[in-house]
Design a protein around this ligand. Structure first.
Ligand code: KE4
Length: 424
């Protein structure tokens, strides 16, 4: 494949944009090589500036659940555009969006729109601290919640030691308020809560972690987490930025019947435009300004273009049994992949939930970040570039998750399996 125009753009980009990208993962640093630059996208396909076409399993990291540039979203945004791009005063679409998502998600008694997943999780953390009057936060290794200072924290040496910054620029004093525990490990969680439970404002997690590859919660883990957080008066926050409106109409909380106290959303809810949202129990949400003492704000929060895009996408998903079709597509891909892997020597582990899937390059079952790190990254990188050369774009890191859209069909899945056969 020829990538000459992308390479020229990348050289220009690196002069004026750090690393040449506006978000680090796009730089292909984990897999080597240089990123391609998108020219356009439609349906299941991304097209780069050199006219290469790729079956896209990144789906702009989740938002393109209908596929790229769906007609319903284009029409809705076009109509909204005629009425103006942003008002800075409340609009009817914000009310429609809030009524829709609170009807879809029983745990959401109230919801507030913001502009990214990061803002959503950051606001949940501040709200939980303001509501409980406590300072400590518990998160889990391998879970990513956006670039929030309190959540860019890695585990200390022992489970009980406090967190250390996972990025420069985060005060050790702030990181120390965050404990980072192994996912799927109830004994450690119970021990920590016995020690410091009454000091903990919130436990935040991706209920199905998808930023360390895809890690499925083991039976009973989420249920016990809900019981223990309730017992200690701790706000349970489900970060459903990836899984919300992706794994089902009511996200993981709908699949499991577990009711978190707060939830964070992004990606799908914005239809490809910048949107985040957070919501939950009325008693907690009413602590937010202008009602309560917890400040949170945003110039473009709930702006009419993003609301129009998100509403159109969610309505299309719901009106056409989107989640049922996504499950069927996921199952079709899975059966093909498992047939392919059966004939291979090297250890692979394939995990899927609905339209989210991940191929780990390890023969160890993956239940947490430590397991995920046993993956053979050199083998993954060879696979990534092989897939790209064969016209399939999977996330440029072993520690990400693939997304299927409703625009993927049997043709794209067959193309994917052929590319995989050549790349493994
Ligand atoms: P944003 O601030 O990027 O909209 O959302 C942050 C976020 C929060 N919570 C979860 C579970 C997330 O997956 C994310 C963002 N996901 C990454 C993909 N691993 C976005 C891609 C990127 O960083 O460019």
């Amino acid at each position: 494949m020829n990538f000459s125009k992308s390479e020229a753009l990348f050289e220009r980009a690196k002069v004026v944009i750090p690393g040449g990208v506006n978000s680090p993962v796009r730089a292909f640093r984990a897999v080597g090589g240089k990123p391609f630059f998108a020219a356009r996208a439609n349906g299941a396909y991304l097209y780069d500036v050199d006219d290469n076409a790729f079956v896209d399993y990144v789906c702009t990291w989740g938002p393109a659940i209908l596929g790229h540039a769906p007609e319903c979203v284009k029409c809705a945004v076009g109509a909204a555009l005629e009425r103006g791009t942003s008002f800075g005063v409340p609009g009817a679409l914000e009310v429609e969006m809030a009524e829709m998502v609170t009807a879809w998600m029983p745990s959401l008694e109230m919801v507030r729109m913001c502009n990214s997943g990061t803002e959503a999780t950051m606001s949940c953390i501040r709200l939980a601290r303001g509501y409980t009057g406590r300072d400590k936060i518990i998160k889990f290794e391998g879970c990513y919640h956006g670039h929030v200072d309190s959540l860019l924290v890695k585990a200390g040496s022992g489970a009980l030691t406090l967190g250390h910054p996972d990025s420069a620029g985060i005060p050790a004093s702030l990181a120390a308020e965050t404990l980072c525990l192994p996912f799927n490990d109830l004994p450690v969680l119970e021990k920590v809560l016995r020690e410091v439970g009454e000091q903990v404002a919130a436990v935040i997690l991706e209920p199905i972690p998808a930023n360390a590859g895809l890690i499925l919660p083991q039976a009973g883990f989420l249920q016990e987490l809900r019981r223990l957080t309730a017992k200690h008066g701790i706000v349970l926050i489900f970060d459903e930025v990836m899984t919300g409106f992706r794994v089902g109409k009511a996200g993981v909380q709908g699949l499991t019947g577990i009711t978190p106290d707060l939830s964070a959303f992004g990606k799908v809810i914005g239809g490809g435009l910048p949107v985040g949202a957070f919501g939950g129990k009325r008693a907690i949400m009413e602590k937010l300004a202008p009602l309560g003492p917890v400040y949170q704000a945003g110039t473009l929060s709930g702006n009419p273009l993003a609301m129009a895009a998100g509403l159109a996408q969610l309505r299309e998903l719901d009106a056409n049994d989107g989640f049922v079709k996504l499950e069927q597509l996921g199952a079709l891909l899975e059966s093909g992949v498992r047939e392919l892997l059966a004939g291979k020597k090297l250890g692979y582990k394939f995990y899927r939930i609905g339209s989210m899937w991940c191929l780990f390059f390890t023969d160890k079952e993956v239940h947490n970040l430590e397991d995920a790190k046993t993956a053979d990254l050199a083998a993954f990188n060879k696979y990534f570039h092989g897939m790209l050369e064969n016209g399939v774009y999977v996330p440029p890191s072993q520690f990400e998750t693939c997304f299927i859209s409703l625009a993927h069909g049997e043709v794209e899945i067959r193309k994917t399996l052929t590319a995989m056969e050549r790349s493994l």
